[in-house]
Design a protein. Structure first.
Length: 389
């Protein structure tokens, strides 16, 4: 893996940690997210309304995930200009995502069936209403429902009953095939410039903007023949972080040129795109993010993302409930948060070996054993349809 892609994947690792911290703080310090919730150390409101909240802004991390996917999924094509890489990736994509997602859903089903989710027991203590009390609302005895959810529901109907974090998988799958379709139709044709503009206007009200922007950045980065000055790259990154950290009506600014984008969290989407762009073009940031620890975090990012809610709903809530009877609230909460982060990464290490790599292996095997046959059927069907027409 090139240093540039290692740095991009390291951003995903940072994003996964942000989501983990986001959900832990939302569980034990809800006022850091929602006004009017119970205060536990008195400064939650001030932190929530300050730029510091970007450090645990899970929505920003999700926006970054989507733009990263646009970049990474198109990178091989733009470096090789081989359309076969696109078809191969498209064929494998669902299976690559499905195995770890299915495993996470089934683990959650088992945890719930054994009565190990204790999140409802601490809602009154933490004051995390409207979030913690909405999690894991699934029938504990319906194994067929869990199987269906893990195989299809998560991806096609945004079923996140078994794991609240999995709502992004529907968008991730749609965005992936948007990228593949774009590359197959427009490839390296110069008309793709207009296709980017049309795509932006068509999908300006949702997260698809992030996928398109990530792909466009990858296209630009592999097409440009000159190096962007380092100060400009770093400045773009800082501006992106600032836009995401300081609430601002981006649409108000865009209205000056007659453009209105209906996407929710537009400042976070724009900020994440600028951060990705700054890192992608910066040799210094590439090197900084390509150290072994950051690469390790990036490797575990998907596993961390799909398992952390299970641990929060079970271990974190049980541990906090026990500690809160012996020590003060804040000591119990901080000890729980710290140990939960360690446990998530420990569990994610094994989950990665068993299921994340398993998804990669399964998708590769299916491609090697069935791709040619499926392609032949598709070609024959397409030819028959043309002849019939």
């Amino acid at each position: 893996m090139s240093q540039k892609i290692e740095a991009i994947e390291s951003l995903r690792g940072i994003g996964a940690l942000m989501v983990l911290v986001d959900h832990l703080l939302c569980t034990f310090y809800p006022s850091m997210f929602f006004a009017g919730r119970k205060l536990h150390f008195g400064y939650e409101d001030a932190i929530r309304d300050s730029p510091v909240h970007l450090l645990y802004n899970g929505v920003f991390a999700v926006c970054l995930f989507f733009s990263l996917s646009g970049y990474v999924l198109s990178h091989k094509y733009f470096t090789t200009r081989d359309a076969e890489t696109v078809r191969r990736s498209a064929y494998k994509r669902y299976f690559r995502l499905m195995v770890p997602v299915f495993a996470a859903v089934m683990i959650s089903f088992l945890v719930g069936s054994f009565g190990l989710y204790h999140h409802m027991e601490i809602v009154a203590i933490t004051g995390s209403l409207g979030w913690l009390d909405t999690l894991f609302q699934f029938p504990h005895g319906d194994i067929f429902g869990a199987i269906y959810s893990g195989l299809f529901g998560v991806f096609f109907s945004m079923d996140n009953r078994y794991n609240g974090a999995l709502w992004t998988m529907n968008t991730e799958l749609q965005g992936s095939f948007l990228i593949y379709g774009f590359l197959l139709f427009f490839g390296d044709r110069w008309e793709r410039i207009f296709a980017y503009i049309v795509g932006f206007l068509l999908f300006k009200d949702g997260y698809m903007i992030s996928f398109l922007a990530g792909m466009a950045l990858c296209d630009l980065n592999t097409t440009l023949k000159y190096r962007v000055p380092e100060p400009i790259c770093i400045s773009i990154t800082i501006v992106g972080l600032w836009i995401a950290a300081v609430p601002y009506d981006v649409n108000g600014l865009l209205s000056l040129i007659g453009l209105n984008i209906g996407a929710q969290y537009l400042n976070l989407i724009l900020g994440s795109i600028l951060v990705l762009g700054g890192v992608a073009f910066s040799p210094f940031l590439n090197k900084l993010l390509s150290n072994s620890f950051m690469v390790w975090m990036g490797k575990l990012s998907f596993s961390v993302y799909v398992v952390h809610m299970i641990i929060i709903g079970s271990y974190s809530c049980i541990t906090f409930s026990l500690l809160n009877q012996m020590v003060s609230y804040n000591v119990a909460a901080m000890a729980t948060i710290t140990s939960s982060i360690i446990l998530v990464y420990l569990f994610a290490t094994y989950f990665y070996r068993w299921f994340d790599l398993g998804g990669q292996h399964l998708s590769k095997v299916l491609y090697e054993t069935s791709y040619n046959q499926v392609s032949l059927v598709v070609k024959k069907t397409y030819t028959a349809i043309l002849a019939w027409i």
